[in-house]
Design a protein around this ligand. Sequence first.
Ligand SMILES: [Fe+2]
Length: 249
Amino acid sequence: MDDFHLPQVKELGASYNYGRGQPHAEQVGKLAVQIACTFRDEGICPVSADDVRVLEAAGWLHDTGKFPAVLEKYRAEAASSGIEWEDDGHNLLSFLMVKHELNPLLKARNLPPVPEEDEAALLYCILWHNGSKYPVLPETPGDWLPRCRRLAAIFRVADALDRGLVQKVASISVEPFTNEITGNSELGFTIGYHRAAGGRPSSLGKAFGLSTQPSRISLEIERALEKSDLMLKAFGLAAIHFKRTYIAD
Ligand SMILES: [Fe+2]
């Protein structure tokens, strides 16, 4: 694929305020790309330029289902889709919006559609970023699924690392290792963070029903641990560990 049309992807996300605003969308895409690049550098999995673009696109689009107009447009289809969903179902709403609106937007700009295999990977990143159900769509060819799973697993952890919507995480490194006792493959993440980050404007915090207190990095890490379930399966790991390291501002 030569071009994922990221400017148009971003335009689509912006038309719904990225669901939860640009800073979160940008941070999640950035963290997902960082994780993917460290996985590649550590030999955990190959990562192509197209994979990187899929993750960045998922950042811009994954939370659009939080936007009221998206809920209005796709609520009925979500309810009758047969796809299991939890909580507010914003992952399914974002998924439906992208499925219906991304290629028509590209067509309106006289651009070719996103290649189907990349579109599938993007849609799985969006659908599996939230909740604990991982529905497999019958139309997805089986040989596309391992890549979809790997990218969605990476994206899911990246989203968790901005749980507080305050862009507290500044760097991520990853170390694969073998547990000396069990012989199992495990992974250790080191999360670099700025202690001062997290001064969320109170109106924004209130709008999302969150505490207006600065986020504690332990909350981000707790959430990333919870949402690393898919990564365990996708990469055949026995355990994933997170430690944090403070970066001076
Ligand atoms: Fe998100």
